[in-house]
Design a protein around this ligand. Structure first.
Ligand code: RP5
Length: 183
């Protein structure tokens, strides 16, 4: 099966210079990490998407992290599966907030990536979210909340997103309880 191609920074960040970097270990991670990109787009947060490997191309990954802040990035979202060290490498080379997304591999269903991402030594934090798509979505919202601390308009959009999900639960509740009554 052909792999999805990561979107270019230019393509995804047409509404300003990127302030969030979404980095991942492989293009095989993109179908999940597209969830982060779509939510960032919905929140109108300019972002860049990159494939950077902690193991296969460590020098390039380190260089990216070292330069990120100077290039205007404010939050790094780093996703990887298996022996997932990409978020840790970002946090080692940068003092920007790093959100780690553990992804599901074949062998251990993402538990390997979760432990690799979350178990950082004291002093080098990675804010680790859930495995897979839920984590990918939460990474975007968490990045939005961090940026919203100094951006009132964005805070409004983040709040609107929460209200939308509350309304969705109410609609589901109505539908399922109606189905329950009709049994
Ligand atoms: C990790 O290894 C990547 O983040 C990916 O989740 C996993 C497998 O990579 P590929 O072999 O599909 O390139 O570094």
């Amino acid at each position: 099966m052909a792999r999805a191609k990561p979107g270019s920074a230019k393509e995804c960040a047409g509404y300003g210079a990127p302030v969030v970097a979404v980095v991942m270990g492989s293009d095989s991670d993109w179908p999940v990490m597209k969830e982060t990109a779509l939510l960032l787009k919905k929140l109108r947060i300019p972002f860049a998407v990159r494939v950077l490997s902690a193991h296969r191309a460590p020098e390039e990954a380190g260089e990216f992290a070292r330069k990120a802040e100077k290039e205007g990035i404010k939050v790094i979202v780093a996703a990887a599966g298996g022996a997932a060290h990409l978020a840790g490498v970002m946090a080692s080379w940068s003092t920007l907030p790093v959100i780690g997304v553990p992804l599901e591999g074949c062998a251990l269903s993402g538990l390997d990536a979760l432990l690799s991402t979350v178990q950082m030594p004291g002093g080098v934090p990675v804010a680790t979210v859930a495995i897979g798509k839920a984590g990918a979505r939460n990474a975007a919202i968490l990045a939005g909340r961090i940026l919203a601390l100094s951006d009132k308009a964005l805070a409004g959009r983040v709040a609107a997103l929460r209200a939308e999900s509350r309304r969705a639960v109410a609609a589901t509740d109505k539908r399922v309880s109606k189905e329950g009554r009709s049994l």
